[in-house]
Design a protein around this ligand. Structure first.
Ligand SMILES: *[C@@H]1O[C@H](CO)[C@@H](O)[C@H](O)[C@H]1NC(C)=O
Ligand SMILES: *[C@@H]1O[C@H](CO)[C@@H](O)[C@H](O)[C@H]1NC(C)=O
Ligand SMILES: *[C@@H]1O[C@H](CO)[C@@H](O)[C@H](O)[C@H]1NC(C)=O
Length: 134
């Protein structure tokens, strides 16, 4: 009996540890990328769908910013602590659309980071120009 106690303690520590190290990554809030664009994500609904806005500096005039609507969907954080997601930015000052896909991570310092890849689709007048549009 006396010998069993330390063993039980070790087992219970091993079970508890993973829930401390796997902090949830929540998409809701304001994000800034390394180029100075800002994105605000609203609360996800029970299916994981969310909306928000994406604000970017216009490349021709660096002082001007434009805000466009964004619509996305994520895996729920009650199932996955570092969820995958996708969203579409509907640029409302051009004919273009950008889609993003990525994953929300909690880094070593406990900071939330979104790692994404994106594709930008520009409008072309003719199907022959399709090859250069994305
Ligand atoms: C993004 O937010 C930061 C901090 O609030 C601000 O300094 C910056 O001008 C914003 N960028 C854009 C493109 O709105
Ligand atoms: C941005 O605004 C500042 C201050 O209003 C001005 O001095 C600068 O020339 C502007 N830059 C551009 C690229 O328009
Ligand atoms: C573009 O979308 C943003 C965010 O929804 C909105 O505030 C803005 O008024 C829209 N602009 C145009 C030109 O539709």
């Amino acid at each position: 009996m006396v010998q069993a106690t330390p063993f039980l303690l070790v087992v219970s520590l091993a079970l508890v540890a993973p829930s401390f190290s796997s902090r949830k990554c929540v998409l809701t809030g304001k994000w800034t990328n390394d180029l100075g664009s800002n994105m605000t994500i609203g609360d996800a609904d029970e299916k994981g769908d969310f909306s928000g806005t994406y604000t970017t500096k216009v490349t021709v005039n660096k002082n001007e910013t434009r805000t466009s609507p964004m619509l996305g969907s994520q895996h729920l954080t009650n199932e996955k602590s570092q969820p995958t997601f996708g969203f579409t930015v509907h640029w409302n000052f051009t004919d273009s659309v950008t889609v993003f896909t990525g994953q929300c991570f909690v880094d070593k310092s406990g900071k939330e980071v979104l790692k994404t890849m994106w594709l930008l689709r520009s409008r072309v007048d003719n199907i022959n120009d399709d090859w250069k549009a994305t």
